[in-house]
Design a binder for this molecule. Structure first.
Ligand code: C2O
Ligand code: CU
Ligand code: CU
Length: 482
């Protein structure tokens, strides 16, 4: 967006506060500006279309997906019409009509029982990203459920507290189905986490599914990958355009998931507010780390505490993406009475994996190959002994960064891993890559060593790039834990 337009928009926003009548007039202008914006497909709209129907306030209240117990639930993925905020409706594909799908919440030891009833015209599966489940419950593309078909997923949760998520994983159709709306969060609780007294549930624990999108002229979600990746021009949080969240003078816990097909976000907060990073993919870190920026690649999760008690009521704090300049979410501090809350410094003990018995090297080549091979649904590429600690080395060339290759968010099913080192490229392991991970961002020219041990289930699992267009094109491999 040009500076002129930004200034125009700012004065527009100020003007909006005058009267409701003037707001109605401005709304029209704001919308035509938005359309111009869409047509030119610039970096996302810093524009607030939320004037429609919501009086003289810009922005849309952040949607919080409904929480659901997975002990006895059904998910029906099907075409749906969803509200992206401010009464702007979009066609989508949604679980149970909700975009994103319901947030599951359960505890260690619980047995998940979720029926899938496929209301799509394509095959689909439900993959439980980050959950340690038997191979038949993993939503592997070989186990695709035909249109009109159903499947009962059942498994017992036996892993640490963390934020996971669920999404389709059908052969060559994952990018399309996720992009058009099929995804949801899955929070696991346990006793270790409970002892820390962290915010749990609303209003102070808030899931944030961040992604990008492209809308067609009619405002409908579109799946239009270009040059081998889907990069949208509009950020969405929990399916909400231009979202804001009213916050108290309190410590909030944000359960952040990058649900984008391909976009990596680099997030900062305004007004000098910091992130207190307490966890990631596989649960709590050992200690809290204060950061002014966190990066998150598709499939990764972050557990963040943010303290708004130092911000005067009436002010706002903006969550921004550094590479696009997008406002991702606006926090509006509305209360000035401080609410008690602490930020723990010591969180958990992470036993380190050590002494790998084998080394395997995986080269992520171009946009569709691992070690030179395109994915074959029926080919098992290697076998891993159950319970053996191994060193897996992920690498990719630095060639042709402009041609849809790196970075590759590398994701493993069936186990969490521990990142040991990154050489080349960014040349370091970042604070948000400590602890237990199941997805790690492999940048151009980088080599990443991780230690991994498959000690939950034997069977067939996947290693793949979580840039969903790369995955669909074949940057994926089957292995068997034996
Ligand atoms: Cu979230 Cu195999 O993927
Ligand atoms: Cu997964
Ligand atoms: Cu990739």
């Amino acid at each position: 967006m040009s500076d002129d337009r930004r200034i125009e928009q700012m004065s527009r926003r100020r003007f909006v506060h005058l009267t409701a009548a003037s707001a109605a007039v401005v709304a029209t202008g704001s919308l035509s500006l938005l359309e111009a914006c869409d047509r030119n497909a610039p970096a996302g709209p810093d524009i607030s279309p939320g004037l429609l129907g919501s009086g003289a306030v810009t922005g849309n209240p952040l949607r919080i997906p409904q929480t659901l117990s997975p002990l006895n639930a059904t998910l029906v993925p099907a075409p749906a019409t969803v509200d992206l905020g401010g009464g702007r409706y979009s066609s989508a594909r949604a679980y149970n009509g909700a975009f994103p799908g319901p947030t599951f919440r359960a505890s260690v030891g619980d047995t998940v029982n979720v029926g899938l009833s496929n209301g799509l015209t394509q095959p689909t599966t439900i993959h439980w990203h980050g959950m340690m489940v038997p191979t038949a419950e993993d939503g592997h593309p070989r186990d695709a459920v035909a249109p009109g078909g159903s499947y009962q997923y059942q498994y017992t949760i036996a892993q640490r507290a963390c934020l996971n998520w669920y999404h389709p994983h059908p052969h060559m159709l994952t990018g399309e189905q996720v992009c058009l709306g099929l995804a949801g969060g899955f929070i696991i609780n346990d006793a270790e986490e409970a002892r820390l007294g962290l915010p749990s549930g609303l209003p102070f624990e808030v899931p944030l599914i961040v992604r990008d999108a492209i809308l067609d002229r009619a405002g409908n979600l579109q799946y239009t990958p270009m040059g081998g990746v889907f990069l949208g021009n509009l950020p969405l949080v929990n399916g909400t355009r231009d979202p804001f969240l009213a916050v108290d003078h309190a410590v909030y816990r944000f359960r952040l998931l990058n649900g984008a097909n391909a976009r990596v976000f680099g997030l900062t907060l305004s007004n000098g507010v910091v992130f207190n990073l307490i966890g990631n993919d596989g649960g709590l870190l050992d200690v809290t780390r204060q950061l002014t920026q966190v990066d998150i690649a598709p499939g990764e999760r972050l557990d963040l505490l943010v303290d708004f008690r130092g911000i005067p009521a009436g002010q706002k704090v903006v969550l921004r993406d550094v590479s696009t300049g997008w406002t991702i979410l606006e926090f509006r501090v509305t209360q000035s009475t401080p609410i008690a809350g602490t930020i723990p410094t010591s969180l958990s003990t992470i036993p380190g994996l050590a002494n790998p018995a084998a080394t395997r090297v995986f080269s992520f080549d171009g946009m569709n190959r691992i070690n030179g091979k395109v994915y074959d649904l029926n080919r098992i590429d290697f076998r891993v002994p159950f319970g053996q600690t191994e060193l897996w080395r992920f690498r990719t060339s630095g060639m042709m960064p402009m041609h849809g290759g790196a970075p590759h968010p590398v994701h493993v099913h069936g186990a969490s891993f521990q990142v040991q080192s990154r050489t080349g490229g960014r040349g370091q392991v970042f604070p948000w890559e400590r602890g237990w991970k199941d997805t790690v961002l492999l940048g151009g020219g980088e080599t990443i060593d991780v230690l991994v041990r498959f000690d939950r289930f034997r069977g067939i699992y996947l290693l793949h790039c979580h840039k969903l267009e790369h995955e669909d094109r074949g940057m994926m491999t089957n292995f068997e834990v034996v």
